[in-house]
Design a protein. Structure first.
Length: 137
């Protein structure tokens, strides 16, 4: 199970990830991945004591799931959500700290095996992590 800090729960969090992230669809899933912005070293004066400046607390990677009624009835949707949650839990530590991942299940996910969901999820995350070049028309 994902910890509370690793779950997306608010609608605004889902919307920000879907609007601002990279979208990649593979097989039975669509992944929206928002990577943290790289920040360079900046010199700022801070009111906090110097002993606290060295301890950088990074936000954990977070994940959310969207399984619509098009996937199936409540039993099927919950089964798909449980499978995806378990698959993402294993892969969340591979993402950079502060990443936001939204996994949307498509209707074929209802009939997909656990291994196929895992392969589709791996392919989608790998594609979303790579820098995308400009498409030529």
């Amino acid at each position: 199970m994902l910890t509370a800090a690793q779950r997306l729960r608010r609608s605004s969090d889902f919307a920000a990830a879907v609007r601002g992230g990279r979208r990649v669809g593979r097989g039975a899933v669509v992944v929206h991945l928002t990577l943290p912005q790289p920040t360079g070293p900046t010199v700022t004066t801070s009111p906090e004591p110097a002993r606290n400046r060295g301890a950088v607390t990074s936000a954990p990677s977070r994940a959310g799931f969207v399984v619509s009624k098009a996937v199936g009835n409540a039993v099927v949707r919950n089964k798909v959500r449980r499978r995806l949650r378990h698959l993402v839990r294993e892969r969340l530590s591979d993402l950079p700290a502060g990443s936001t991942l939204v996994v949307r299940a498509l209707p074929p996910a209802a009939e997909a095996s656990y291994a196929r969901l895992g392969a589709d999820l791996d392919a989608a995350i790998a594609a979303a992590r790579t820098a995308r070049g400009r498409r030529s028309r």
